[in-house]
Design a binder for this molecule. Structure first.
Ligand SMILES: NC(=O)c1ccc[n+]([C@@H]2O[C@H](COP(=O)([O-])OP(=O)(O)OC[C@H]3O[C@@H](n4cnc5c(N)ncnc54)[C@H](O)[C@@H]3O)[C@@H](O)[C@H]2O)c1
Length: 396
C-alpha cells in the first residue's frame, strides 16, 4: 500500500518501523509533520519521497491510498474529516476520540463517505493475544466470567498527553482504551457493555487528569471486565491480561519479565524497551518489540482488509464503543455510582441472558464440585434439587 503518515512522533515511528520492517512492500509515500525539520528527518530516516507541513497536501497526495493518523488525540477528528473529503481509506491510532461524542461523529463521517476505516488497537493483535483469543473462541475456557487487563507505566513521553484538554483525559483514556478492548474481545464484542463502576484519582503527578484508575465493566451476559491503569507505576511497562472461564484460565504477560533477563553494569547500554526506567542492573528487554506489541499483525489485518474489501477486526465502530465505556468510567469516578454505558449506536446482540447452567449429578442432586484429596478420597459436594440442602459424599 502507499501510505500517508500524519505525525512523525513516537507512534508514527513505531508504525513506520512495522510498515517498512523485514521485507515489507508497503511504502510511506508522504509524511506530514507540524515542523518542517521533523518531517524532513522522518522522510530521510524512512526514505519517504514527499514531506510536508500541510496536512491536506499529505492526505490529497495523488499516490496516497491510505492515511495513517498518528497525531495527538485532539487532532484525530479533523484529520478523519479531511480523509472523508478526499475519499481516502483511513486508519487511526487509539483512542479514536477524546470522548464518545467525537468518536461517534468520526464513525458517522467515514460511513457516510463510504471509505475504509480501521482502528489501530495494537494490543488486540499481539501474538499472545491472538493465540489466547482463538482458544477462547474455540471454547477452551468455557463461558467467560471475568477478563482483566492492566497497563501501567511511569507516564507518557510528550507534553500534550499531560494536558487534559488536548489529551481528553489522563491514564484512563490513554491506557484504559487498550484494556477495555482487550476485555471486550475476550468477553465477546457482540455482548453489550451495560454499566461501569470506577475509582480514579490523581495520586502523584501535578496534573488535572487522573494518573491512576481501576474500573469494573459489567456486560449484559453477566461477565465482568476489569481494568487497572496508571501513569505512576515504577519499574517499566506492565502489560498483563487475565481471563477466567467456567472451563479454564489464561494469564498473559506481554512485556515486562517475559523470559529475557539481562544484567549489565551499564557499559554500552542504550535503549532497552518502551518505558524501561533503567539501562543498567538487571533488565527485562523485549525480543521483538514491534511484533510483540502487535503492530505487524495489526497492519497485516488492515491492509488485507482494504485489499479484500472486508471490514478489519478493529474498525471505528470499535473505537466508538471503547470511548463510550470510558465516558461511563469517567462519570462513575465522579458520581461514585455504577453508571450506564450510553451507546446510541449498538450493532451487537440485545437481551442476552447469563447462560448459567446447573450441572446435574443425578436425579436428586446438582454437582457443586469434585475433588481428590491428599489422602486419596474422592469428595463430591452436592446440592439437593428439592430442598436446597448442601451435602458432601466421599467415594474411595
Ligand atoms: N500503542 C499505541 O497504539 C500508541 C502508543 C503511543 C501513542 N499512541 C497514540 O498516537 C497518537 C500520537 O501519540 P505519540 O505518542 O506519537 O505523540 P508524539 O508527541 O510523540 O507525536 C505526535 C506527533 O504529532 C505532532 N503534533 C503535535 N502537536 C501537533 C499540532 N498541534 N499540530 C500538528 N501536529 C502536532 C508532533 O509533531 C508529532 O509528530 C496519540 O493519539 C496517542 O494516543 C498510540
Amino acid at each position: 500500500m502507499k501510505i500517508a503518515m500524519l505525525g512523525s512522533g513516537f507512534i508514527g515511528r513505531f508504525y513506520a518501523d512495522a510498515l517498512l520492517g523485514q521485507r515489507s512492500k508497503d511504502q510511506i509515500t508522504s509524511i506530514y509533520s507540524r515542523r518542517e525539520e521533523s518531517a524532513r528527518k522522518f522522510a530521510e530516516d524512512y526514505a519517504v519521497p514527499h514531506f510536508t507541513t500541510d496536512m491536506l497536501a499529505a492526505i490529497q497526495h495523488p499516490e496516497v491510498e491510505v492515511v495513517c493518523i498518528s497525531l495527538p488525540n485532539n487532532l484525530h477528528e479533523a484529520a478523519v474529516l479531511a480523509c472523508c473529503a478526499a475519499k481516502k481509506a483511513v486508519i487511526c491510532t487509539k483512542p479514536l476520540g477524546r470522548n464518545a461524542t467525537e468518536a461517534k461523529r468520526m464513525l458517522e463521517a467515514v460511513e457516510q463517505a463510504g471509505i475504509f476505516h480501521g482502528y489501530l488497537e495494537d494490543l488486540v493483535y499481539t501474538p499472545k493475544f491472538n493465540k489466547a483469543l482463538l482458544s477462547v473462541q474455540n471454547g477452551a475456557l468455557g463461558r467467560i466470567l471475568w477478563a482483566k487487563s492492566r497497563e501501567t507505566h511511569p507516564g507518557p513521553h510528550s507534553e500534550w498527553f499531560w494536558d487534559k484538554e488536548q489529551a481528553g483525559g489522563g491514564c484512563m483514556l490513554d491506557l484504559g482504551c487498550h484494556c477495555v478492548e482487550i476485555a471486550r474481545s475476550f468477553i465477546g464484542k457482540d455482548i453489550r457493555p451495560v454499566e461501569v463502576m470506577c475509582w480514579a484519582d490523581t495520586q502523584v503527578k501535578p496534573i488535572d487528569a487522573e494518573d491512576h484508575a481501576i474500573a469494573l465493566v459489567k456486560y449484559e451476559n453477566g461477565a465482568i471486565g476489569q481494568f487497572e491503569v496508571s501513569w505512576t507505576f515504577r519499574g517499566g511497562m506492565d502489560l498483563r491480561d487475565e481471563v477466567m472461564g467456567t472451563e479454564g484460565t489464561i494469564w498473559i504477560n506481554n512485556f515486562l519479565r517475559t523470559g529475557f533477563e539481562m544484567f549489565t553494569t551499564g557499559k554500552g547500554a542504550d535503549y532497552v524497551a518502551e518505558k524501561a526506567e533503567s539501562n543498567s542492573g538487571w533488565l527485562f528487554p523485549v525480543g521483538d518489540e514491534i511484533n510483540d506489541l502487535g503492530y505487524n499483525h495489526m497492519f497485516t489485518d488492515m491492509f488485507h482488509s482494504i485489499e479484500s474489501q472486508q471490514p478489519p477486526r478493529e474498525s471505528f465502530y470499535d473505537g466508538y464503543v471503547v470511548n463510550a465505556i470510558l465516558d461511563a468510567a469517567y462519570k462513575s469516578a465522579a458520581t461514585k455510582q455504577w453508571e450506564p454505558v450510553q451507546l446510541d449506536i449498538w450493532r451487537g446482540q440485545t437481551g442476552v441472558t447469563s447462560g448459567k447452567a446447573l450441572t446435574d449429578y443425578d436425579a436428586q442432586y446438582y454437582l457443586i464440585k469434585e475433588e481428590i484429596t491428599h489422602f486419596g478420597a474422592r469428595k463430591l459436594i452436592l446440592k439437593d434439587k428439592q430442598t436446597g440442602q448442601i451435602i458432601e459424599k466421599t467415594i474411595n
